[in-house]
Design a protein. Structure first.
Length: 196
């Protein structure tokens, strides 16, 4: 069985987007290198540093399914029906979209909560990992003990305000293992095991 891995690109002060949901310079590292990397969508090729490419080649192929919130789904239009990583996406929402133009895409709209979405994603992923996006979903999953690992792509920028990586986390103290650190170009990749 794979792990549930919460991952995001994060500012030094802990934000994954500004107040309007825009990432600004957070994603610049996806295009500042000369090594092409394709996470699964042939139309989405990144050009990253050699160190970032090696890190992504180790982590992205492990993803079998993703769990995202409705806000990210709406902001990206579900990446036009193509999962950013993995083979399936589970969207936690109160109400599925009525007019999404990609009904055959491997997206499942889960209306009975985050735990159900993670359970369904684990089944779909099989032996691979489940990717969980940052924000309120991460905070809820961490508080419920559903997260096995954190992967943070730390970018040297300070936002001051916006969407927090851990959302409005108000759960118990969580201890993490020592980090694995990979230095890219304008990004530091950090991986932490969540201690139980």
């Amino acid at each position: 069985m794979g792990k549930v891995i919460a991952s995001a690109t994060v500012s030094l002060d802990g934000f994954i987007a500004d107040e309007s949901g825009q990432v600004g310079p957070l994603f610049d590292w996806y295009g500042n290198g000369d090594v092409p990397f394709n996470g699964g969508d042939p139309e989405r090729v990144f050009h990253v540093s050699a160190a970032s490419a090696a890190y992504m080649e180790r982590t992205w192929p492990r993803i079998g399914a993703a769990v995202i919130g409705r806000r990210l789904f709406d902001l990206t239009n579900g990446w036009n029906g193509r999962p950013a990583a993995g083979d399936a996406v589970f969207v936690v929402t109160h109400e599925p979209p009525a007019d999404w133009p990609f009904p055959e895409a491997p997206f499942t709209f889960v209306t009975d909560g985050l735990a159900s979405a993670i359970a369904q994603a684990k089944t779909a992923a099989g032996d691979k990992d489940v990717s969980l996006t940052g924000g309120d979903l991460l905070g809820q999953a961490l508080a419920a003990g559903l997260v096995d690992e954190l992967q943070i792509d730390l970018v040297p920028v300070v936002f001051g305000k916006g969407v927090r990586f851990f959302g409005a986390y108000d759960g118990p103290l969580v201890l993490l293992g020592d980090p694995e650190i990979v230095q890219g170009d304008r990004v530091t990749h950090l991986r932490y095991d969540v201690r139980r």
